[in-house]
Ligand binder design. Sequence first.
Ligand code: NDP
Length: 294
Amino acid sequence: MVSIIDGNAVAATIREDLKDKINILKDSGVTPGLATVLMSEDPASRTYVSMKQRDCEELGMNAVDIVIDPTSPPEELYSTLDTLNSNSDIHGYLVQMPIPSHIPVQELLFRIDPIKDVDGFHPENVGLLVSGNPRYKPCTPHGIQKLLESIDVETSGKDIVVVGRSNIVGKPLANLLLQKSPNGNATVTVCHSRTNNLPEKTREADILIAAVGIPEFIDGSMLSKNVVVIDVGVNRVEDDSDKGYRLVGDVEFDSASEKAKAITPVPGGVGPMTRAMLMYNTVQAASLQSNIPI
Ligand code: NDP
């Protein structure tokens, strides 16, 4: 019988643990502050930003919501980032992806003060991660490690197949799982759109992580028996519900469940963990910037 990994429950535990750390900071006069910068009219991005704002408020943290017209020139975004870099009440901030195509992503990332880069995407933070000394672990990969830990799945020595090599999920996740550290020490295979014989690779996995962005791309025939499946995908598929769509993952849940010993649902799996780890990084950023150990 497959077990369903409850991301909402694990995320709630992480938020609960954070409350003590936030109280330590507040007792010393520091309230962790997060700013979100939205430069998109995509409704899903708007929803993600609102949820991050709400998470901050529920934890008693400061939240600043900045919206920039998507047609604005890059300089307007850069000047907002400069202001956030010098605002000592804001300990962390993020620019919600995707951003308009006229904004060069690399230049944007270099503009973020690495100590406030709670997404962990600045090249300095990427370098620290790859060299085995992460400052801020990127939220989705870190959340996945915590999910595996929550169900006592040991990664050490396991064959883990990550499908997807993006800079925000696949690559940092592969790096984390490879580290000589707890929740690491795995043998990691990273697959992508040029991978030959993908099913052959995925069937080798003790733990399969899908971050592809294609609805129900991985099905049960691509999995071996007793695999642990982590589905990162969040895809809107049109249907005739009131909302006009439903969310599905990158894994075909029913057929995968017949093979897996544990699987994350969509929604309610990785998504809540990404949000919880953003709060975790923001609290860590406040601690680092105020020199208050937590
Ligand atoms: P990207 O589009 O940046 O990357 C997708 C990856 O999938 C690429 O590496 C691509 O390969 C690979 N891919 C595409 N087609 C195939 C194929 N046919 N076979 C094998 N690999 C393929 O997506 P993200 O990493 O940003 O996101 C992936 C999914 O995760 C999305 O659904 C996104 O919405 C979701 N997501 C969810 C989060 C959460 O908190 N739950 C957080 C972040 C993302 P190539 O590099 O060769 O193009």
